[in-house]
Ligand binder design. Structure first.
Ligand SMILES: C[S@@+](CC[C@H](N)C(=O)[O-])C[C@H]1O[C@@H](n2cnc3c(N)ncnc32)[C@H](O)[C@@H]1O
Length: 249
């Protein structure tokens, strides 16, 4: 899917059931997230993240933070408690409308729609902190790699970029073995695509992609970054091995 298709899907989700599209807890489908509870989950995630960031980078400056794929601003709002100015971008105008609606920090927090595969709206080395969670996994590697290069470009020296992206399909699952087998792989993909076509639920049409860990490590190095830590996580579901990269420059 190209960026236009991605934008259409997320914009529709942002109008229909935005909090659930962001945090897809089945019990919350159909507008069942309480606003306060939804934003509280962001505060908890950012608190844990900032504690870990402090242990990796004691001298991290706290002036400007950037949240890529900010959605309704769940994490961006929480970042405002740690940084003087925070910027969130999202591809879906409906998400940015919501983020502005729930902004509690006035001019200190600014949101933008960005529909290009780069971040040209921001200058080089303009952020001390860059984060992105649950975003890069939904786009083709050509796009996620372009954004990763951009994170390094906009990161200031001494700053910290934290981004999550799946690496590969979980080799221990039967479905992975079937997908990789030349005899069964074609049939499995055919069935998955047919299911997606007939399913009316847009969320289920959103694809998953990974970038192999060694490619990410090379990309970071080629773009002037230095890896501080790589953490495995289960954020991309059972089917994927997913990683969070902590990078400075
Ligand atoms: C699962 S939500 C995560 C929202 C937010 N990071 C959070 O954790 O609350 C994914 C968000 O990424 C946005 N998104 C997807 N592709 C994007 C892209 N190429 N550029 C910017 N935002 C994108 C979607 O519109 C959606 O709001």
């Amino acid at each position: 899917m190209d960026l236009k298709g991605l934008q259409n899907n997320w914009d529709t989700l942002g109008k229909a059931d935005p909090f659930w599209a962001i945090l897809s807890d089945p019990a919350k489908k159909g507008g069942k997230w309480e606003t306060e509870e939804f934003f509280r989950s962001g505060r908890l995630a950012v608190k844990n993240l900032m504690e870990h960031a402090a242990s990796l980078k004691k001298d991290l400056p706290h002036k400007k933070a950037f949240d890529f794929g900010c959605g309704a601003g769940r994490l961006t709002q929480a970042l405002c408690e740690y940084f003087e100015n925070c910027y969130g971008v999202d591809i879906a105008p409906s998400m940015i409308d919501l983020a502005n609606k729930f902004n509690r920090f006035g001019y200190r927090c600014r949101y933008f729609v960005n529909e290009t595969e780069d971040l040209r709206i921001f200058e080089d080395e303009s952020f001390d902190f860059v984060i992105t969670f649950l975003i890069l996994q939904h786009m083709k590697p050509e796009f996620s790699k372009s954004y990763m290069r951009e994170f390094l470009r906009v990161l200031s020296p001494g700053g910290l970029a934290v981004f999550q992206v799946p690496g590969e399909l979980n080799p221990n699952l039967l479905i992975t073995r079937l997908k990789k087998n030349p005899l069964t792989g074609g049939l499995i993909n055919l069935m998955i695509n047919a299911k997606k076509r007939f399913n009316k639920d847009i969320a289920s049409k959103i694809d998953m992609y990974g970038v192999p860990k060694n490619e990410v490590l090379r990309l970071v190095e080629d773009n002037g970054g230095r890896i501080l830590e790589v953490r495995e996580n289960g954020w991309a579901g059972m089917e994927w091995v997913s990683f969070t990269y902590y990078v400075t420059k």
